[in-house]
Structures are given as C-alpha cells and as structure tokens.
Design a protein around this ligand. Structure first.
Ligand code: ADP
Length: 159
C-alpha cells in the first residue's frame, strides 16, 4: 500500500489543489489530504469548514481521505500515518525555493520523500489568497473553485 500526503491549509481548496490531488491519486494507492492549522495565521474558514469543503468536493474520488493534521511535525504525522511521500504542486521557482529546504528537512527527520508535481498551466496563477481577494472585490471566481467553495464564499463584492 503506497500512501501519500497532500498537505495544506486549503483556505479554501481550489481547482489547482484538486488537479494536483487527482494526479497524486493516480500515482499512489491512497492519498491523505491533510488540512493544517497554523495558530499564527488568520483563516477565512474554520478547520471544520476547510475539511468540509474538501470532503464534499473529493467525495466521488476513490482512494482519497481528508483529515486534520493536528499539531506537531508534518514528517511525524506522515510516519504515524504510514505515508512514504508528501506530494506538492509547484507553480514557480519561488515555490521550489521555499519547498526544497522543507523537503530535505522532512527526509532527514523521518525518511519521508517529497514528490513535486508541476502545476497545470491553467492553474499556475491560482492561490487561495488571490481567489479570496478577487471574490471580495466582486470578481467571478466560479472557474477556479468547486461548487462547495463557491456556495460558502457567498455573494462577495466590495462594500
Ligand atoms: P499553504 O498551506 O502554504 O497555505 P495551500 O493550502 O494554499 O498552501 O496549498 C497547499 C499546497 O497545494 C501547496 O503547498 C502547493 O503544493 C499546492 N498548490 C497550491 N496552489 C496550487 C496551484 N495553483 N497548482 C498546483 N498546486 C498548488
């Protein structure tokens, strides 16, 4: 059983995330979408909402589970869950520069490998932050997020 972890805050999950998760699911027997909470960060959605949106969206795909990471090191979480790899999407060289030291550290900590998948061209510009900003200012983000997210984002628009 080859198990991988796709970690992130998913605030909210968007089509760029979904594309990488689906590709990870084609490479591994099971993919855990591990939803993190960093207490120093301010989120638009609660942990329960972020998990709920990911679960609703991914419900029809086999071999994918969504769960909270909980506190502590991601490398330790992967070891506890029997995951041999962390899968990350790369949008740019700055993503790579940010991810490389973490990948090396995680491997040195518990032996977990990191697999990088190049982001799909259509979704290279997508981030949860940009989607929330565009939506708040009244832009149409329906092309970039699943229906469960669009519903929860509400009507948007600048005040
Ligand atoms: P963070 O936990 O840093 O807030 P996110 O929750 O936004 O990150 O994203 C989690 C992971 O999803 C990122 O580390 C990255 O690997 C991947 N990702 C984010 N946006 C995209 C995208 N547009 N295309 C492909 N992968 C992406």
């Amino acid at each position: 059983m080859r198990r991988a972890v796709c970690p992130g805050s998913f605030d909210p999950i968007h089509n760029g995330h979904l594309e990488v998760i689906a590709r990870a699911a084609s490479l591994f027997d099971e993919v855990i979408v591990a939803v993190s909470t960093n207490y120093a960060k301010k989120y638009r959605f609660t942990l329960e909402e972020r998990i709920g949106m990911a679960r609703e969206t991914l419900a029809s795909l086999r071999g994918i589970v969504v769960e909270p990471v909980g506190e502590g090191l991601l490398a330790e979480y992967c070891r506890r869950r029997g995951a041999s790899a962390i899968v990350k999407g790369l949008r740019s060289s700055s993503d790579f520069d940010y991810e490389l030291p973490m990948a090396t550290m995680n491997r040195q900590l518990t032996g977990v490998e990191t697999v990088f998948l190049p982001a799909e061209g259509h979704y290279l510009h997508l981030s949860s932050t940009l989607i929330k900003e565009v939506h708040t200012l009244g832009g149409d983000v329906s092309e970039f997020v699943p229906k469960s997210v669009l519903r929860r984002l509400g009507s948007g628009g600048a005040v």
